[in-house]
Design a protein around this ligand. Structure first.
Ligand SMILES: [Zn+2]
Length: 270
């Protein structure tokens, strides 16, 4: 599933080809994504200049002169630039054709993604109640400490709650808790301020490192036929249940927390 670093890498990969370009037409071959693509998207967007490409949580905001296309990659979506008229393969649901001769092509086999239109995207119902971005100063350990008081849920689903902070998906929550030495099963309300300060630093460090690694894939967003925006990262615990801890050698344990697999080291994480 694309997580925040993949979405940010997508933004950086597609933005240089979109900003300053005029949309010539929008072709929708399959309207049934998580929510239906608006019937009038072509009418709304065609003829307009794209003035910016931003990201909020895992939503991409493609800003036109009037209005914004809100896109989400869902479980399996990707965006890349192809030449207008490139033959269409299965699951390639949308082309946004530009006067440059390139088209932004949206592919999504599982169709859990979204393409919506809004005149006021930050107040759209999907975005209005989101917590702060993790890589801004609006997010820090003090916020985690304050928001966790009285919360008896486990710390891992707590930091994955979009109202607390956005964009901390399963991989990054698992890895950040390991780096901070915190057992993911602990109650959120029982963790000290000092440990939350450390946890916030680790969340920022790990997300920033993943985005930096994504930078090596930016060229894949144009002309390719692959799956752009995914990159190898060094994982200490995620996906390694039953294997040895890279720090102490202890066998990593796997439990379910909030319906998600959670791997941790019973020795390094308390
Ligand atoms: Zn360990």
């Amino acid at each position: 599933m694309p997580e925040l670093p993949e979405v940010e890498t997508t933004r950086r990969g597609i933005a240089p080809h979109l900003v300053g370009q005029r949309v010539s037409r929008v072709i929708v071959r399959e309207r049934r994504l998580r929510w239906p693509i608006p019937e009038d998207l072509d009418v709304r967007l065609s003829g307009q200049l794209i003035v910016g490409v931003e990201r909020r949580a895992k939503y991409l905001l493609i800003n036109a002169e009037v209005g914004t296309l809100i896109s989400h990659l869902g479980m399996s979506g990707n965006l890349r630039l192809v030449e207008v008229g490139l033959p269409v393969a299965k699951h390639e649901h949308v082309d946004i054709e530009l006067e440059s001769g390139l088209a932004l092509r949206y592919t999504d086999p599982r169709r859990f993604g979204a393409m919506l239109w809004s005149l006021d995207p930050l107040n759209h119902e999907l975005l209005a109640r989101l917590g702060p971005e993790p890589l801004t100063e609006l997010f820090d350990g003090e916020r985690l400490f304050q928001r966790s008081r009285g919360r008896s849920m486990a710390v891992k689903p707590f930091i994955m709650d979009n109202a607390v902070v956005v964009g901390v998906g399963n991989i990054y929550a698992t890895e950040a808790l390991f780096a901070a030495g915190i057992d993911p099963r602990r109650e959120a309300k029982g963790i000290s301020r000092a440990r939350y300060l450390r946890l916030a630093i680790e969340i920022k460090r790990i997300l920033a490192a993943a985005i930096e690694r994504g930078g090596t894939t930016l060229r894949d967003f144009i002309g390719g036929d692959g799956q752009p925006g995914y990159f190898q990262q060094e994982l200490f615990v995620y996906g390694r249940g039953g294997e040895g801890c890279k720090v102490c050698g202890t066998e990593l344990r796997e439990v379910k927390l909030g319906q998600r697999a959670s791997v941790f080291c019973p020795r390094c994480q308390r």
